[in-house]
Design a protein around this ligand. Structure first.
Ligand SMILES: [Fe+2]
Length: 122
């Protein structure tokens, strides 16, 4: 299992789901986690999910919610409410997340991204 990777994504503030998945990953001795973003929104624990994903993952990619919720102007009241739950330091961290990540696994190159390598939205 030393070369295996767990890929997680779209946690959306759901700390219960994240804890459950991380427990399973540990039980399987999977040493590396790649998180494909969308840490915030929808669920009640965006900040805790950001902190845990940043600590537990080898890399975190920017998701569409991580992108939209860290913009200066947010059109959606729904998204703005969740963005307001996240402090500026964590927003800065989210806004600096990469859009893609390349990894060699054996002789295969794997590219990870949320929606595309150019944008977390499309
Ligand atoms: Fe998404």
């Amino acid at each position: 299992m030393k070369d295996s990777i767990a890929v997680i994504s779209d946690i959306h503030g759901n700390i219960t789901a994240l804890d459950t998945v991380l427990k399973e990953i540990r039980q399987r001795n999977i040493p590396r986690i790649v998180c494909l973003g969308d840490l915030i929104g929808k669920g009640p624990a965006s900040c805790r999910v950001i902190d845990i994903c940043r600590e537990e993952s080898s890399v975190v990619i920017k998701g569409n919610w991580d992108d939209v919720a860290t913009r200066a102007h947010i059109e959606s009241d729904f998204v703005r409410w969740f963005a307001d739950q996240v402090d500026d330091e964590r927003k800065m961290d989210l806004s600096s997340l990469p859009l893609c990540y390349n990894l060699m696994l054996g002789n295969k190159r794997i590219r990870f991204f949320h929606a595309s390598q150019e944008s977390p939205l499309i």
